[in-house]
Write a protein that binds this ligand. Structure first.
Ligand code: SIN
Ligand code: FE2
Length: 207
């Protein structure tokens, strides 16, 4: 497999960007948020088929998926309450790596179990198409697949480890990508019922 360029088409992988204590702090913040905004299981539009990843959100807007489609909304689909505020640690990370002057409006919390995967897709539900996507990996390693602008563009796969930060900027903002698989038991970060497993936090501008 060819080595992945770490700054190619605006795509950046920052390995080990978050140190262990920063990862721990972030996990604690996520667990707190999930008490207020419990995980929900998104469903594929039309078919209603559940995704294997569970979700919640931070920030003024949250991404959801159900039978009627994909969208952003200011409240939790089950409790109806606003999403927990964007944590300062994530705002600081965004400022440090995004190069974008405005703060993120949404942070999707993806929770992967040992058998979860995320099919190849483009992040396309945002009107803000130039702002980068910044994402953080916590917990077990995962195999990330990055393609190009077309569904049949050639792809590369590489491993994301706990503390890694990915920036999809420039052209790569609209590239196909997904998570092929999780490698259970490759991290000791996550507590009890999230282990084996992985948390991914994905910040975006929406409009
Ligand atoms: C996503 O593409 O929404 C998540 C990617 C990841 O889990 O690293
Ligand atoms: Fe994505």
């Amino acid at each position: 497999m060819p080595a992945l360029q770490t700054d190619c088409d605006g795509f950046r992988l920052l390995p080990g960007y978050l140190k262990r204590d920063q990862q721990n702090a972030l996990v604690k913040t996520v667990l707190g948020a999930l008490e207020a905004a419990p995980l929900f299981t998104p469903a594929m539009p039309r078919s209603g088929k559940p995704l294997s990843v569970q979700m919640s959100n931070f920030g003024p807007l949250g991404w959801i998926a159900d039978r009627t489609g994909y969208r952003y909304q200011p409240h939790h689909p089950e409790t109806g309450t606003p999403w927990p505020a964007m944590p300062q640690q994530l705002l600081d990370l965004w400022t440090a790596v995004s190069g974008w002057p405005e703060p993120p409006q949404a942070c999707l919390i993806n929770i992967y179990g040992p058998a979860s995967r995320l099919g190849v897709h483009v992040d396309a539900d945002e009107d803000a198409r130039d702002a980068p996507v910044v994402s953080v990996s916590l917990g077990d390693r995962a195999r990330f697949r990055l393609g190009g602008p077309l569904r049949n563009s050639p792809t590369h796969s590489f491993i994301l480890s706990s503390g890694d930060v990915v920036v999809l900027g420039g052209a790569s903002r609209r590239f196909f990508h997904g998570i092929d698989r999780i490698y259970p038991g490759t991290s000791t970060l996550l507590p009890g019922h999230f282990s084996p497993g992985r948390i991914n936090l994905t910040m975006r501008r929406v409009n």
